[in-house]
Design a protein around this ligand. Structure first.
Ligand SMILES: *Cc1c(COP(=O)(O)O)cnc(C)c1O
Length: 393
């Protein structure tokens, strides 16, 4: 017969979802109330304010889209791109490819600035594309490419786009909470994130933010937004200002309790301490893995602390290593994606999962499993290298 589903407790160190803070699960178990209840409207207002804090923006339209990160992406493209609009997409991984797909599906014309996977977007190449396409209206790029563990210089890319009169769409799914995101200082126009990466919520919501310039473009559209569900003109009837909210769709009430708690945790910790924690744990992981003889794939200055791309030792079947980690240690790490499939592991240190205990678990479990496969690694030195980072020696 069927019975309740009780999952094994895992340690989630892949590309997402990341470990969820128990405080968030507790918040989500609280009683469901109506999505137009005055108490719920107060919660919505606090979520908007705390999202503005997290994104470092004053954009009034800063709300969680009621679906995962991919829906935040789609919300930006479906609202901002009109048929015939030329959009320059800087692609350096899987998620940039999805942006191209979004542009063409809404009838836009995508100009792709193709970058090497595992490297940051090159501002000079963007500038060349802007010069060649003076009729471009939008520049889109991924701030933190989860498929390759790379961060791009969002401030520089947004500035260039602005110089050439383009709006920007920035994917901040993996960056928000893990590294600096500063929409207003960058001059970004549309950005979206996800709850299941560095915010450490369960998957299913996508915080998004639109600048006044982006809203002007949406208001000036001559064709209706093709998605009814994601049409921000309609969504804002529910998420807008004041007490007069009207039904658009039934908000995922308990998921929003979870997001509220996650943002509260971020406010309590502070943005900079959170970024510093992600960096410290990354450095400890790096010290441990490098002591074992594993190598990091991305050039140091372009690495994401929350998503570590690590090369696989020769002769090792990477999938069976991941399987052993899961079966023996309840530890999940990620496989390579796209052109990097079979060549790298992706080790996430996101949000609540970014802590010394997980770093040690990962380094020691990898050492144990790789030793079992007779991989050529240095044994017995990784723990001390990790500890040296934490003790500052
Ligand atoms: C995870 C991710 C997404 C998609 O988010 P989902 O919640 O899986 O829909 C988009 N962009 C980047 C960079 C991501 O890491």
């Amino acid at each position: 017969m069927f019975k309740s589903f009780v999952p094994t407790e895992r340690t989630l160190m892949g590309p997402g979802p990341s470990d969820v803070n128990p405080r968030i699960l507790t918040a989500m178990a609280r009683p469901t109330i109506g999505h137009l209840d005055p108490e719920f409207i107060r919660l919505m207002d606090e979520i908007k304010q705390m999202l503005q804090f997290a994104f470092q923006t004053r954009n009034e339209l800063t709300i969680p889209v009621s679906a995962p990160g991919s829906a935040g992406m789609e919300t930006c493209f479906v609202n901002l791109v009109e048929p015939g609009d030329k959009v320059i997409v800087c692609q350096n991984g899987v998620f940039g490819g999805r942006m191209v797909e979004n542009v063409t599906r809404v009838g836009g014309v995508a100009v792709v600035v193709q970058q090497t996977w595992g490297r940051a977007v090159d501002p000079e190449q963007l500038e060349a594309a802007l010069k060649q396409n003076p009729d471009a209206k939008i520049v889109a790029f991924v701030h933190a490419e989860t498929s390759t563990g790379v961060q791009s210089d969002a401030a520089a890319l947004c500035k260039l786009a602005q110089q050439y009169g383009c709006l920007t769409i920035v994917d901040c799914v993996t960056s928000l909470g893990g590294i600096e995101v500063a929409l207003d200082a960058w001059g970004a126009d549309a950005a979206y994130s996800g709850t299941q990466k560095c915010l450490s919520c369960p998957p299913g919501l996508s915080p998004a933010s639109m600048s006044p310039r982006a809203l002007e473009k949406i208001k000036a559209r001559t064709t209706p937004v093709t998605s009814w569900f994601m049409d921000l003109n309609l969504v804002m009837g529910y998420w807008g200002q004041g007490q007069k909210r009207s039904y658009h769709h039934t908000a995922p009430v308990n998921s929003l309790y979870g997001l509220h708690e996650a943002l509260l945790i971020l406010v309590e910790e502070g943005l900079e301490p959170s970024w510093q924690r992600h960096m410290k744990n990354h450095l400890a992981l790096k010290a441990g893995l490098e002591a074992m003889g594993l190598t990091f794939v991305v050039p140091e200055a372009e690495r994401l602390p929350q998503l570590n791309l690590v090369s696989i030792p020769d002769g090792v079947d990477e999938a069976s290593v991941r399987q052993q980690l899961l079966e023996q240690y309840n530890l999940e790490i990620g496989a390579g994606l796209g052109v990097l499939a079979g060549k790298v592991w992706r080790i996430g240190l996101m949000g609540y999962a970014s802590n010394p205990k997980n770093v040690l678990l990962c380094v020691n479990a990898l050492e144990a499993v790789l030793s079992q496969y007779n991989a050529h690694i240095n044994r017995g030195v990784a723990t001390a290298a990790v500890q040296a980072v934490y003790s500052g020696s």
